[in-house]
Design a protein around this ligand. Structure first.
Ligand code: HEM
Length: 304
């Protein structure tokens, strides 16, 4: 529920001057109502799940008439309690039908661009145009804020509906998982230090002719590969620590790095049947890992 609409207006610095300017936009934007409606539906019909929400002609017609009212209300200059309650109700309806907030945000972005485009075309003076864009921009953001309030409250209710003990367990599990992340990050730093030592040891072996130069370079390359993999894993863990997701591809790339290192080292061993079998086996594993890596990446791109 909206508790204090005056506070919301104050937070957005939405003043009477903004209201007066928006009222002047009314006759300008009303001219474009039909164009707005047709472009809006063209825009949202590209959403993959569009048909799941506006699934029949009746719903579509109803939405069209509601959207027209909403668009005209935007320039009415009357932003009282009723206006805010209507916005909140629209948010609730969208929450109830399970419409992702992402779609609401994207649709609002379209609305903003449409209005700015028309202001640009209609108002020649640059300073005046900027003032109009700023005022309507505040109102659009207020609309989006109130519409998404219903989504935020639903999340809180979900959390609030948990029993006291479940909530304690929930908080404990979250803290525990943060500690695990922290320990993993520490362990990775230690591993990275060991790989540094290994890298130094490889250089020492080359410099003091303990191993042949050619062999040394290949071993060095293998160690570098592992160092790179550990670095990538650390970066991924840091992202996870900051609240991001975990990229499964990183594990595959580490396995790939380890296998390539093994292949490099195996290529240096004495020729013979064992070496051939080893080389073929490692190459096969690298090929399989490469295909898995490619498939995951391809899938990820399709999801985006
Ligand atoms: C700028 C963004 C949007 C605005 C301003 C808007 C506006 C509205 C309004 C005013 C209502 C009627 C609420 C009521 O009954 O009180 C509504 C309902 C609804 N909206 Fe939207 N909408 C937007 C985006 C979307 C999108 C992107 C979709 C789907 C892809 C969608 C699907 C629906 C559906 C299915 C209903 C319920 C219709 C019914 O049962 O009558 N809306 N919307």
């Amino acid at each position: 529920m909206i508790e204090n609409i005056e506070q919301i207006k104050k937070d957005f610095d939405f003043t009477q001057e903004d209201v007066e300017r928006i009222k002047k936009l009314k006759p300008i934007l009303e001219k474009y109502l039909d164009e707005f409606i047709s472009k809006f539906y063209f825009f949202i019909s590209r959403f993959p799940d569009y048909n799941q929400f506006l699934k029949n002609e009746d719903l579509f017609k109803r939405h069209k008439s509601e959207l027209k009212n909403w668009f005209l209300d935007l320039f009415s200059g009357n932003y009282d309690e009723n206006y805010f309650s209507r916005l909140y109700k629209i948010g609730e309806v969208h929450v109830n039908i399970g419409l992702p907030t992402h779609y609401v945000n994207a649709a609002f972005n379209f609305v903003r661009r449409f209005i700015i485009e028309k202001i640009d075309a209609e108002i020649q003076d640059r300073n005046e145009r900027n003032l109009y864009v700023t005022s309507i921009g505040k109102l659009i953001d207020i609309n989006l804020d109130v519409l998404t309030l219903a989504y935020r409250e639903k999340e809180l209710i979900k959390y609030g509906a948990l029993s006291k003990y479940t909530r304690i367990l929930f908080v404990f599990a979250k803290r525990f998982s943060e500690i695990i992340d922290f320990v993993i990050l520490g362990a990775l730093v230690i591993v990275a230090l060991f790989v540094f030592v290994l890298f130094g040891y490889d250089i020492y072996k080359i410099l003091f002719n303990i191993i042949p130069f050619e062999e040394g370079i290949i071993i060095l390359l293998g160690t570098l590969l592992i160092l790179w993999a550990v670095g990538e894993l650390m970066n991924e863990e840091i992202k996870h620590f900051k609240g991001g997701g975990f990229a499964i591809t990183i594990f595959v790339s580490i396995a790939l790095a380890a296998m390539i290192r093994k292949l490099l080292i195996a290529s240096l061993s004495e020729s013979g049947e064992k070496k051939v079998i080893e080389l073929v086996a490692y190459s096969f594993v690298i090929l399989v890992l490469g295909i898995v890596y490619w498939l995951i990446k391809k899938n990820k791109q399709q999801e985006i």
